[in-house]
Design a protein. Structure first.
Lengths: 196, 324
C-alpha cells in the first residue's frame, strides 16, 4: 500500500512535468503581446499632450442664450504617469464668491477604446466619471457621463463634456446638461489659453 | 482716454467706409438721375458720419468693439494721430492765411460797373445783399476767399456775368463754411482715405451745385453759361490760379460738371425727383447708425427659470456666495 502510494506520487510528478513542458512558446508570446496592447500607451495617448502646460482660464455659466461674465483663473496640465495618465488641475481664485478648484485625471483606455476621465472639485463631494472619443477630425474630444443631482434627488443625469481644440494654445471645455433638451444644453464653459 | 480714443477711431474707421460705399452706390444708381443738391446732401451725411458717435446702434450694426485696445499700440497710434492732426491743422491754417493775405492785399475796391453786374447777379440768385467784392489785377478767374466773411475776387477788366453769378452762388450756398467743415474733418481724420475722398467729392459737387443754381437763374440762357465754363477752362490751362472755392477745384472734373449742365432739370423725371430723396434717406437712415446693439447686462436667473439640474445648482451656488 505504501509502495503504491509512493509510486502514484512519482507518476503524478512526472505527469505534471510533462504537462508543463508541453506549453507552446507561441501561446505565451501571443498573450504577452495582448497584454502589452491593452496596457501600454499608444498613439491615442498623444492627444493627452494637448493638455500639457500652464493655462489661463475664463469660466462662464450659460442659461439659454445668456452667459455670465467670464471669471479668470489658471490651470496646469502635467503627467501623473508619463505618457499614460494626465492630471489637469484648475484653480479659480473667486468663482461664485469663493475659490474653486477642480482636479481631473485623464487617460485613454486601450480596451474600452475611449478616453476616460475622472473629476473632483471643491464644489461638492461627488466624483464625476466620463468616457468619450475624438471626433473624426481630431479637433474635439466628446465625452459622456452621468452625475447625481443632490439638489433634486435625481440620479444618473446624463452630461456631455466637450473639449474643443481651437489651436495648440487654446481650447475650450464645455459641459452640457443633456436632459435640458436638444438646444441650449451648454451650462458651463472654461476657455483655456496657454500662458506665454 | 487713449482707450476711448482708440475705440472711437477703430469703430469709426470701419463704419465710415461702409457709409462711403453706400453713398457712392446711391449716387451712382439714384442721385445722378435726380438733382446735384441731393448728391451733395448724401456726401454731407457721409461727412457728418465722422462727427456722429460710432456707438449709435442699429440691428444691422457692425459692432463698435471691432478692435481691442492694445495699450502699447494704442498709445503710439494716439500720439502719431495727434502729431498728424496738429501738422495738418497748421498747414491748412498757414495756407489759408497766406492765400488770403496774397489775394486780398493787392486787391482794390470794385468799380461801379462791376458792382452793378454783381448786384444784378446777386438779385437773380435770390440774394438781397451783394457779397463783399474786390478786384485783383492779374487774377485769371474769379474766386471766393475766406470762410466766415467770404470775399468774391474778380479780375480787372470787364466783369463776366456768368463768373460773378457762379462765385456769388458759392456765397449764397454758404459753400465756404461747408468747405471749412470738410477741412476740419480731414484734419481730424487725416489718416483716413475716406475723409479725403469725401472732401474731394463735396468740392466737386459744390461746383456742380453752383453751376445748377446759375443755370436755373439764367433759364433759357443756360447754354451760354456752359460756353463760358468751357472758356474759363481754356484760360485755366493757360494760367492756373488758386482760391478757396475757385473753379480750379473742379478743373479735373470739368467733364462731370458739363455733363450735369447738359442734362439739365428737364431730363430728370418727376418720379426720380420724388423717389430718389426718399430712397436715399431710407438707406442712409439704416446705415449711419452702425453700432451693434449692446447685449443687456447679465442677470442671474431665478430658480424657476432654471433648465436642468446643473443650472439649478449654479443658481444656488451663486446665491450662497451672497450669504453672510
Amino acid at each position: 500500500m505504501k509502495t503504491t502510494l509512493v509510486l502514484g506520487l512519482v507518476l503524478a510528478g512526472i505527469g505534471s512535468l510533462i504537462a508543463r513542458g508541453s506549453q507552446d512558446p507561441a501561446d505565451i508570446a501571443k498573450e504577452m503581446e495582448k497584454m502589452k496592447k491593452w496596457t501600454e500607451p499608444g498613439k491615442n495617448h498623444e492627444t493627452l499632450k494637448k493638455f500639457l502646460g500652464s493655462w489661463t482660464t475664463e469660466t462662464k455659466f450659460f442659461f439659454g442664450d445668456k452667459a455670465s461674465p467670464p471669471t479668470e483663473g489658471t490651470a496646469e496640465g502635467e503627467w501623473l504617469m508619463e505618457g499614460r495618465w494626465l492630471r489637469f488641475e484648475s484653480n479659480t481664485p473667486k468663482l461664485m464668491g469663493k475659490p474653486f478648484r477642480s482636479f481631473c485625471v485623464l487617460g485613454y483606455d486601450n480596451f474600452k477604446k475611449s478616453f476616460v476621465a475622472t473629476t473632483v472639485s471643491s464644489w461638492d463631494t461627488a466624483m464625476i466619471r466620463i468616457e468619450g472619443d475624438l471626433d473624426q477630425h481630431g479637433k474635439s474630444l466628446i465625452a459622456y457621463g452621468t452625475l447625481d443631482e443632490y439638489m433634486t434627488g435625481e440620479h444618473d443625469k446624463a452630461i456631455k463634456v466637450a473639449w474643443r481644440f481651437e489651436s495648440a494654445d487654446r481650447f475650450i471645455m464645455e459641459v452640457h446638461d443633456l436632459p435640458i433638451g436638444e438646444t441650449h444644453t451648454k451650462v458651463f464653459e472654461i476657455a483655456y489659453t496657454r500662458k506665454k | 482716454m487713449i482707450s476711448s480714443w482708440w475705440n472711437w477711431m477703430a469703430a469709426m474707421s470701419v463704419q465710415v467706409v461702409v457709409v462711403v460705399i453706400v453713398v457712392a452706390i446711391l449716387e451712382r444708381i439714384l442721385v445722378r438721375r435726380a438733382q446735384p443738391r441731393l448728391a451733395a446732401a448724401l456726401w454731407l451725411v457721409a461727412l457728418a458720419k465722422f462727427a456722429l458717435p460710432p456707438t449709435w446702434e442699429s440691428p444691422v450694426g457692425l459692432g463698435v468693439d471691432l478692435a481691442p485696445s492694445p495699450s502699447g499700440v494704442a498709445a503710439v497710434a494716439f500720439w502719431t494721430w495727434l502729431a498728424g492732426a496738429a501738422a495738418c491743422a497748421t498747414l491748412a491754417f498757414r495756407r489759408h492765411a497766406r492765400l488770403r493775405r496774397e489775394l486780398l492785399t493787392d486787391s482794390i475796391d470794385a468799380p461801379p460797373e462791376v458792382a452793378g453786374v454783381a448786384r444784378d447777379a446777386a438779385r437773380r440768385l435770390g440774394l438781397r445783399c451783394v457779397p463783399s467784392l474786390r478786384v485783383l489785377p492779374g487774377l485769371a478767374v474769379p474766386c471766393v476767399v475766406g470762410f466766415f466773411r467770404p470775399v468774391v475776387l474778380v479780375p480787372d477788366g470787364p466783369a463776366s456775368e456768368h463768373a460773378l453769378m457762379h462765385e456769388i452762388a458759392h456765397v449764397r450756398r454758404r459753400d465756404p463754411l461747408a468747405s471749412l467743415a470738410a477741412l476740419a474733418v480731414q484734419v481730424v481724420y487725416w489718416f483716413h482715405p475716406a475723409a479725403w475722398l469725401i472732401r474731394s467729392r463735396l468740392a466737386t459737387l459744390r461746383e456742380v451745385g453752383c453751376d445748377a443754381a446759375v443755370a436755373r437763374a439764367l433759364g433759357d440762357r443756360a447754354p451760354e453759361y456752359r460756353g463760358t465754363l468751357l472758356e474759363y477752362a481754356r484760360d485755366l490751362l493757360r494760367s492756373p490760379v488758386t482760391g478757396a472755392t475757385s473753379p480750379l477745384l473742379g478743373r479735373g472734373r470739368l467733364v462731370e460738371r458739363l455733363e450735369w449742365l447738359s442734362r439739365g432739370p428737364q431730363s430728370r423725371s418727376a418720379v426720380a425727383r420724388f423717389l430718389a430723396p426718399i430712397a436715399a434717406g431710407l438707406v442712409l437712415a439704416a446705415c449711419v447708425p452702425l453700432a451693434r446693439s449692446a447685449p443687456p447686462p447679465f442677470a442671474w436667473p431665478t430658480l424657476d427659470q432654471a433648465q436642468g439640474c446643473l443650472q439649478r445648482r449654479f443658481i444656488v451656488l451663486e446665491a450662497l456666495s451672497h450669504d453672510p
